[in-house]
Design a protein around this ligand. Sequence first.
Ligand SMILES: C[S@@+](CC[C@H](N)C(=O)[O-])C[C@H]1O[C@@H](n2cnc3c(N)ncnc32)[C@H](O)[C@@H]1O
Length: 220
Amino acid sequence: MKDTDHLKSHDEFASTYDSQVKEYNSYSNEVLFGMCFEYIEPGESLLDLGLGTGLSSVHFARFGLEVTGLDGSEAMLNECRKKSFAKELKRHNIQQVPLPYLDRTFSHIICCGVFHFFGNLLLIIKDSFRILQPGGIFAFTFAAQTAKEKESFSENLPDYIETPSAWGISIFKHSDEYIHSIAEELGLTILKEQKVLIDSGDNDTEDILFKVIVMQKNVS
Ligand SMILES: C[S@@+](CC[C@H](N)C(=O)[O-])C[C@H]1O[C@@H](n2cnc3c(N)ncnc32)[C@H](O)[C@@H]1O
């Protein structure tokens, strides 16, 4: 599947996305906000990567942060515009770096429910680090590898594995070691991690293990 095909599929789901999130009891956006709460202040700026209809960043906006959002789907952005909480919304494929911002632009960055669509995460995390202010947090979700999946690799655990899903697209599950090694390479301190199970959307398929992770850009 080409990048653009994958983004078209998000266009198709835009108008029903919020109701699907409720139907599948998929509240990782609220988990992410709760985990960030102690590090944010009203008046700070927030970039939401792949903000969709804005379900994650709307919590930050309600708390008084100024939200900017990027998404590759115009239909998703249009749904978000109807909610009128964001300062700026822009169409951008976030796999294309550099992101359209100067170094150290944002107080904080979030990315909820997006990285499982990507294999390699180094470039996007590295560029997010560039535009994040020192001391700022970068919080995101990723699909994690289960103990059973890890067992199937006797050694040389891969950075990510691509697996089919009941959602009709394949998803990438990243190893903790991969995510942690990127954080260490860049100078991001891991503050919090939380496992969450996401409904597979199909009674015959096991729920999917995700992680919410909060990192902080070192000040020096
Ligand atoms: C599952 S939704 C999550 C939306 C939102 N972050 C939330 O927490 O509800 C995934 C979003 O990521 C966007 N997305 C996926 N791949 C992208 C890419 N390469 N560039 C920009 N946006 C992308 C989709 O258009 C969609 O809006």
